[in-house]
Design a protein around this ligand. Sequence first.
Ligand code: 5GP
Ligand code: MG
Length: 177
Amino acid sequence: MRLSPSPLISAEQIRQRVAHLGRQIDAEYSSLAGEDGLIFVVILTGGLFFSADLARNVNTPLRFEFVAARSYEKTQSNGHVVFTHRPERSLEGKHVLVIEDILDTGRTASAVLDLLKADKPASLALCALLDKPSRRITPIQAKYVGFSIDDHFVVGYGLDYEQQGRHLPEIFTLERE
Ligand code: 5GP
Ligand code: MG
């Protein structure tokens, strides 16, 4: 795995942006979600690091659920997304924010939103750390976006290259070998 010599997004840039997103989420949900709180539905595995840092910048009462989605390459043109883990508790009547590492074609997030809609949450929105709008196939917009980036393959801060590099505190672009 060969990464760009310097990060595309530094740890400090991420820290500041995540803190800002936390304040925005509080402004929106602190009264809305009430005592019942807000539910982060984290898309595994990439959303793990982002959601953990974001949660520590949120003061609204918060619960976590997780979804794991796999999109099969052979059927990718069909946007075939299969869930290997789903929320354990019902989201009915809850305020739900889906936490995604990166919005690329939009298929994964769109399939997750469709899955969760069936539970009839009180509100359902999407928060993505990164957005590659030029790659979008399924029209979908996140309510909160950390950084909008060009069409690079990025690694770090939850994002992997063949399961490597998720733990890096910065975000790098992958360079061709
Ligand atoms: P989508 O369904 O929007 O095409 O893709 C979403 C998923 O593809 C993301 O959750 C992520 O796992 C993966 N992905 C898309 N772009 C990148 C990227 O630049 N780097 C990495 N590491 N994963 C990506
Ligand atoms: Mg992935």
